[in-house]
Design a protein around this ligand. Structure first.
Ligand code: GLU
Length: 309
């Protein structure tokens, strides 16, 4: 590790299934950014949503990262281990009157029209609720929140009218991702968040929480998402297969190509470590600037082995 730099990056997968090609792109981009900035690169398993977790997924994800040649710094961390800290922050926000109980059920909100970013909570419970079961929402305001994404440029959102007061503690008692990610990124000193563009619209909520909590705002670097030939984001939902574990090189090279990086023919016979050395030395993220989606080769979608056997 180079101690003269303060760059700290991370990859933060949720254990909802094995890594697929889309997650490889996010992992690779964040790794390349960290290593080409002589920074640290952390792995955090975002395991705070047991209903969505798949048994064995964490082990498979870590195995795949290892086989694909990722070398993380320090121990892998688990978001679930930080629950007391997350709950303390919820309490703090309630105490400061910046968060409140919301007793609205899904049915109560069924009629709320969806805007471009989804349903905007109309604030029904801002003045209180008697409901025995409730979520906790954070109170938003309507000033314009601006930030400049390293790849996607200037972004602006008015939270109150575009996203609404959002949930930080779910009705089922689970911490919401939007809060956990902000706390853990701050606690781990993450200086730049590299992740898929599907989270770009959630970022103003993260920045808002950072401001309320007096945390530094990291740089944000949202990479385009990989799409299949139907134009659907590669994900477990769209049936993206797990990465093959027996021979990682073809998929790793395909990932670098999808990220717009050169992969000279001789790399096909290089070791994984040499592929990474080359990719880090040549990393040019500017080719991704302003792109929202990336094509990927058909054969990356038809991996013969899904790593679940
Ligand atoms: N855990 C999230 C996911 O797997 C990523 C969160 C993030 O990078 O901020 O989609």
């Amino acid at each position: 590790m180079n101690t003269t730099t303060s760059y700290v990056g991370r990859f933060a997968p949720s254990p909802t299934g094995p890594l697929h090609f889309g997650s490889l792109l996010a992992a690779a981009a964040s790794y390349l950014q960290a290593r080409s900035n002589a920074g640290r690169w952390l792995v955090r398993i975002e395991d705070i949503d047991p209903p969505r977790a798949q048994a064995g997924a964490t082990a498979l994800i870590l195995k795949a990262l290892e086989i694909y040649g990722f070398e993380w710094d320090g121990e892998v961390t688990y978001q679930s281990a930080n629950r007391d800290r997350h709950l303390a922050v919820v309490e703090e926000l309630i105490h400061r009157k910046l968060a409140y109980r919301c007793g609205c059920s899904r049915r109560d909100l069924a009629e709320v029209p969806a805007g471009p970013l989804g349903k905007v909570y109309p604030g029904n419970c801002r003045d209180g609720t008697d409901a025995r079961e409730y979520a906790i929402r954070v109170l938003t305001d309507n000033r314009q929140l601006d930030f400049v994404d390293v790849l996607q440029g200037r972004q602006a959102q008015r939270l109150e009218s575009e996203s609404g007061d959002f949930v930080i503690l779910r009705r089922d008692g689970l911490i919401a991702y939007n809060l956990a990610v902000v706390i853990d990124d701050a606690d781990q000193g993450i200086s730049e968040v590299v992740r898929g563009i599907d989270l770009l619209d959630s970022t103003p909520r993260h920045i808002y929480l950072q401001q309320l909590l007096n945390f530094d705002t990291p740089d944000y670097f949202h990479i385009p998402v990989a799409e299949n030939r139907l134009g659907q984001k590669l994900s477990k939902l769209t049936g993206a297969p797990g990465l093959p574990l027996a021979e990682p090189r073809p998929q790793l090279l395909a990932a670098l190509r999808s990220l717009g990086q050169a992969t000279p023919a001789e790399l096909a016979n290089s070791s994984i470590a040499d592929i990474w050395r080359f990719a880090i030395s040549q990393w040019n993220p500017q080719v991704l600037a302003g792109l929202r989606s990336l094509p990927c080769d058909a054969d990356t979608l038809a991996a013969p082995e899904n790593g679940l056997s």
